[in-house]
Every structure is written in C-alpha cells, then in structure tokens.
Design a protein around this ligand. Structure first.
Ligand code: HEM
Length: 188
C-alpha cells in the first residue's frame, strides 16, 4: 500500500504507545523506520500487512480488533492535515460522502498509479439509515471497514451502528443506522 497508510499507522502507534513502539515494529523486520513512510511511494501489501500485525501485537489486540481501531484512526488522520480539504469536499453528510467515495479514490488513483481502492455503492436509504455495498480490492478488510464507518459517524457527529447484512469473498453489504449526537457538536 501507499506510504500514507504507514504514516497514519505510525501516527496512531506513536500517539498511543510512544516512539519506541514504532521503532520496535520496524526494528523487528530490520526496516529503517522512515523507509516505509514516504507518502507517495507504493510498498508491497506484505510490508503493510506485516506492520499491521506487529502494531496489533504492540496494542495487545487481535488483528480484527486492531483493524477496527485503525479504521477509526484513519478517518481522524485523513480528515485533518493535508487531506482535509479533499476529505471535506467529499460530502457534508454521511450518505453524500459514501456516495462520493469512488470519485475521491478515483482522483487519488489518477495521481498515484497502482493504487487499489475498491468501490462503494449505496443500495438503499431512509431517514437515519442506509445500506451500501463495498467491493474490496483486497480480501479481509471487513473489520477495517467497520472501523472506517464508526470513524465517519463520529466525524459527522452521529451515534449509530454498523451491521454486516451480506458478505461474499470480496463483497460486503452493510447497514448503517444513525442519529445525531447532540452532545458532541464541536467539529471545526
Ligand atoms: C482524503 C481522504 C482519503 C485518502 C487520501 C485515501 C487514500 C487511499 C489510498 C491511496 C488507498 C489505496 C492504497 C493502496 O492501494 O496503496 C486507499 C484505499 C482504501 N480506502 Fe481510502 N482514502 C481516503 C478516504 C477514505 C475514506 C473516507 C474511506 C472510507 C470511509 C476509505 C476507504 C478505503 C478502503 C476500504 C481502502 C482499501 C481498498 C481495498 O483494498 O479494497 N478511504 N485510500
């Protein structure tokens, strides 16, 4: 995966566990810790997977629990810093945002050759709920996706649930239910 994913992972690890944890994660593979975090460089998926497994271990979590947390952390990372304006332009409410994710990734893919970004399609919606289908470019991203959706609900000041309603090898259909979180309207 592109180095921006590793940069976001490093930020999550160092924020919660300190610089030493990131050094251990990279050191155990004899990787120079800065070598894997060039944002616009593409690394083999095995490198990314290895870093994620080692990070899960540092957090003392199963890989599934960790990937859910990492999904939430990615939303915080991508909605701030240099991707902030791109993120905001994707939509002002969760349904519009999910509906525009393929365009967002399309713009990224044209600037970064070789990205594998999957595809989101809203399949039905009503007041306070929607369903969407995600066709993944890689297998095994269900818990990451769950975390991404929890992160998005938090970004849009929503309380809610994420439920898988159908799942095939690389296609997953998800039901999101949400209601405004009136206690937390502090987004800037
Ligand atoms: C400005 C914000 C974002 C940027 C810059 C971004 C960038 C990227 C890039 C570069 C990849 C491909 C990695 C690779 O193949 O090397 C990717 C994959 C992915 N992104 Fe995003 N992304 C953003 C927002 C989001 C959001 C908001 C979601 C979901 C809520 C999302 C979901 C995914 C998923 C699930 C994948 C994995 C694709 C697969 O293997 O199936 N992204 N993103």
């Amino acid at each position: 995966m592109y180095g921006m994913v590793h940069t976001s992972l490093r930020q999550m690890v160092t924020e919660h566990l300190g610089d030493g944890a990131w050094e251990r994660i990279c050191g155990s593979k004899n990787i120079e810790s800065t070598d894997v975090t060039h944002p616009h460089e593409s690394y083999k998926d095995e490198v990314t997977l290895d870093l994620l497994l080692k990070a899960a271990n540092e957090f003392d979590l199963s890989i599934d629990d960790f990937m859910e947390l990492f999904g939430q952390s990615w939303i915080r990372y991508a909605s701030q810093g240099k991707y902030k304006s791109m993120f905001r332009a994707c939509g002002a409410d969760i349904q519009t945002f999910i509906g525009n994710l393929d365009s967002l990734h399309g713009a990224i893919s044209s600037a970064m050759p070789g990205t594998k970004t999957g595809s989101f399609k809203i399949t039905s919606s009503g007041s306070g709920w929607l369903t969407f289908r995600y066709r993944a470019a890689r297998p095994g991203l269900d818990s990451f996706l769950r975390g991404l959706m929890k992160g998005l609900m938090n970004y849009f000041n929503l309380l809610g649930s994420v439920n898988v309603i159908a799942s095939e090898e690389r296609t997953i259909e998800i039901l999101l239910k949400f209601t405004p979180d009136l206690s937390n309207d502090v987004r800037t």
